[in-house]
Design a protein around this ligand. Sequence first.
Ligand code: UD1
Ligand code: CA
Length: 472
Amino acid sequence: MAAGKGTRLKSQLPKVLHEVGGKPLLAHVIAAATRVVPPIDVFAIIGHEAVRVRSAVIDTGINFVLQSEQRGTGHALMVAQSALATYDHVIVLSGDAPQIKPQTIARLLNFHLDEQAAMTLLSTDLDHPAGYGRVIRKTSRKHAGSAEVEAIVEEKSASPAQKKIHEINAGFYVFAVPQLFSHIEKLSTANPHGEYYLTDMAEVLRQARQRVVVWKTENSSEVLGANTRAELAAIDLQIRMTKCQQLMADGVTIFYPATCVIDSDVEIAPDTVIEPFVQILGRSRIGASCRIRSYCVIRDSEIGPGVLIRPGCILEAARIGPGAVLGPYSHLRPGSDIGEGAHVGNFVETKNIKLGKGSKAGHLTYLGDAEIGAGVNIGAGTITCNYDGVHKHTTTIDDGAFIGSDSTLVAPVRVGKGAYVAAASCITGDVPEDALAIGRARQIVKEGWARERRAIRKPTEKKPGRIFLEEV
Ligand code: UD1
Ligand code: CA
């Protein structure tokens, strides 16, 4: 179920697209659903901002059902009737509870099948159950110790005594499809929200003499829903701490993990060290024995083994070869492909470039749309002029070339193998292999010029009206 607006978030963005652990709530739930063993068909019920929600998760290959008017969780299942008609059982997941595990879904299903129930719900005990539906179990002597359920009562309709119940409805269910749809019409909107509550199916089915049972999980954090910004933040923190624990268990050193932000889908190989205040985001993959020093932000990048990233680097969709050294303060924009053992240093910005094996760009440089070979030395302050205001052009620098400091390379241009560009050159034409290009004005020396200038400028008297401190 992912059709709701998420009123309590006070947001333009539909609730299920709010992110925790670096991806939308719904993407987490879909990932869990698609990993259930044995595999199940997955449908997302979408409605509020359906186009936007669908396109955010379309790459998962799941199916969609449109609930164009959102009249409650019970109504969501009503509109899914024709899509689900041919199945025996349906597992219902809440699109806003992202920590659910595939194993838990499978256990809920197995419990449902073992109990031969018409409806099985997942519950847990919460210290602070406010806001959740409460599970009312059957308590007569006949049912003592059984899993049978009398009803689910929503917070707003609960009596003071019912509000004291700590066992909450987690929002995950399994239904026998024929029983669900032969009784779903009995749901009513006679409640404080005027909605069709799926939770009312517990009472509806029980009154129809169908078996309704509950399976309680000990792991209550798995079922927490993100209804408010505060709940979003709490769940995000939980997901990231779990991620850090997992990485550490797999051999990654993380100093001061509470300061590191690592997204759910990030992969890091053993013996890599992550220093405090590092963010590793999106689909980044980091090889073994790297060191990522403080204040780096790395997104969707692939980093080989043995790479050193010094403090303050920003990487986006970059590829870094084994043993390369970056930073401090390098900015690698999309399409930066840094070769094995290469070095990108202080205040160097790169975009859509290939920097060959062992090449170096140590300081204060912009390299955009460039093909740079192996063993190239890029002097401080070098700039590739890749944009003419309309089009982008490529700079090619062949193996072993040496670009002197403060050079501008006006693309399209090629510096041949082993060629030299003299410092402060403006290179507008190709430089042949092994040549030296000097593209700057010849130096002029004017003997005594500075002394003469000082003589003219020497102040002879103080300007009137100006107050000097020592006179006050
Ligand atoms: C629901 C349960 C509550 C339970 C809690 C667990 C009901 C009536 N209440 O409350 O007992 O403790 O989940 O988290 O079900 N949705 C639709 N279409 C709709 C309305 C909602 O698809 O018309 C989706 C929402 O996008 C959301 C999910 O269903 O992903 C749950 O809806 P929400 O409004 O968050 O229900 P809760 O108030 O949290
Ligand atoms: Ca919810």
